[in-house]
Design a protein around this ligand. Structure first.
Ligand code: DGT
Ligand code: MG
Ligand code: MG
Ligand code: MG
Ligand code: MG
Length: 268
């Protein structure tokens, strides 16, 4: 078919192909979730409903899209790691980013009521997205370590901050002043001596965030089948193995995680 005279406008599309052989990381983050959390009555500092909904959306992204080897999430953010050799949409950054973010955002709305039973969704949430390329395994591990260290730093701060406000009756400004210039050790000490809390016993999901990796899981389902010599249908149990994006709340900064799951960084 002949091309129209308008066809030339295609050439204005910028090439955004991701460099070959690099890990493609897409990170999304909730837009103005400070306000969103406030308006929807999120429990401070950690709301299990919100954290589990984020993970459900991330599992949906991993299951629906191609080539994601793992994901890591905390607070209102999730990072997805596409395999180095991925050629999904010819490695176009805009495709990686928009498919991840739109699938995640629609899932957030779709699954909202499963997690926030009697809290209606008051307005449509949004998420930003970015794509970053990491050429070496060490760069990728350092990226993920950076996000998990961020989770730890923020969670330790928030845990003490909300204890000072909710238990000691400090105003947010007073709590902020009290924590000004304190180191991690000081915060641990405040938690222990004033609130009898050993930070290391706080739930792992809050301290470490959530890692999603592919695992083979056995599923048992009941099926109705008709056996050859029988007239009636019968219910039988069938087991099948399926790959699922399974959540872990473990350390990913040390070597242990990467030794336990070598297939994540393995090529192809
Ligand atoms: P942004 O990302 O620049 O559009 O702005 P925000 O407000 O989303 O800021 P961000 O992403 O740096 O911080 C995440 C906010 O989400 C933070 O204000 C606390 C809130 N948030 C996330 N998870 C929870 C939670 O489980 N409970 C509560 N109460 N708030 C949460
Ligand atoms: Mg945000
Ligand atoms: Mg921000
Ligand atoms: Mg955030
Ligand atoms: Mg189309």
């Amino acid at each position: 078919m002949a091309k129209s005279k308008f066809e030339y406008v295609r050439d204005f599309e910028a090439d955004d192909t991701c460099l070959p052989n690099c890990w493609v990381v897409t990170r999304l983050d909730g837009r103005n979730f400070h306000r969103f959390a406030e308006q929807h009555g999120f429990i401070k500092p950690n709301d299990d409903r919100a954290l589990h909904l984020m993970t459900k959306c991330a599992q949906t992204v991993m299951q629906e899209l191609e080539d994601i080897v793992m994901a890591y999430g905390q607070s209102d953010e999730y990072s997805f790691v596409f395999k180095k050799k991925s050629n999904w949409f010819k490695r176009r950054a805009s495709k990686f980013m928009t498919h991840v973010v739109s699938q995640f955002a629609s899932s957030y709305v779709f699954y909202w009521k499963d997690y926030f039973k009697d809290q209606p969704l008051l307005y449509p949430p949004g998420f930003d997205g970015r794509v970053v390329l990491y050429p070496s395994n060490q760069n990728l591990k350092d990226y993920l370590s950076w996000r998990q260290a961020d989770c730890h730093i923020n969670n330790l701060y928030n845990t003490v901050f909300w204890m000072l406000v909710q238990r000691s009756g400090l105003t947010p400004v007073q709590a902020q002043d009290r924590l000004q210039g304190t180191l991690a050790g000081d915060k641990n000490e405040i938690l222990f001596s004033e609130f009898n809390i050993n930070y290391n016993n706080e739930p792992l999901i809050y301290r470490k965030g959530t890692v999603l990796i592919w695992q083979k899981v056995k599923e048992v389902a009941t099926k109705r089948i008709k056996l050859p010599k029988e007239t009636e249908e019968k219910e039988v149990e069938v087991t099948r193995t399926r790959s699922k994006a399974v959540p872990l709340h473990c350390d990913i900064i040390g070597d242990q995680f990467w030794e336990d799951y070598p297939e994540i960084l393995a090529d192809s």
